[in-house]
Design a protein around this ligand. Sequence first.
Ligand SMILES: Nc1nc2c(ncn2[C@@H]2O[C@H](COP(=O)(O)OP(=O)(O)OP(=O)(O)O)[C@@H](O)[C@H]2O)c(=O)[nH]1
Ligand SMILES: [Mg+2]
Length: 143
Amino acid sequence: MLSLVLLGGSAVGKSSVGNTILRRRVFASRPSLRPVTTRIEEGTEEVCGRQVSVVDTPGILNPGALDLIQPLCAQYLLQPDSVVFLVVLKVDRMSSEQSQALQRTMELLGNGAMERSLLLFTYGASLQVNLTDAHPRVSLEKV
Ligand SMILES: Nc1nc2c(ncn2[C@@H]2O[C@H](COP(=O)(O)OP(=O)(O)OP(=O)(O)O)[C@@H](O)[C@H]2O)c(=O)[nH]1
Ligand SMILES: [Mg+2]
């Protein structure tokens, strides 16, 4: 089983990404002034012939969130071959909140987890450019 752990700030689209990967609505995801996800939640589905477990987390800067997320990551890091940490960022000018959320996530994961981590950008449509045109040497297959 491959576990994908969604990490990042609040309202960047973590739960939405989880639902997209699982291809069904497992996690609550909506526009909201308050954090929507307040607990760690998990959904499992067969994706491309493989059992995949997606773990959704609250925004890492939310009060008390680290107390939930830190032990979760530590537990997954005991079996690093079966986990990928998806660090979710909204594609936008880097606000101080996004920057702080990224920094806290990287501190939490530590250098050892970097090779098990991917940055995942949401709101790609807002760029209004085709990334493969902008960076012709990068193909989606390679990514
Ligand atoms: N246009 C657009 N909307 C998105 C995208 N990703 C997420 N959203 C919307 O943004 C809102 C917040 O998304 P969530 O998935 O709830 O974000 P979250 O990071 O889980 O939020 P919290 O659980 O509150 O931390 C929802 O209305 C989503 O539909 C995207 O790539 N593009
Ligand atoms: Mg959420």
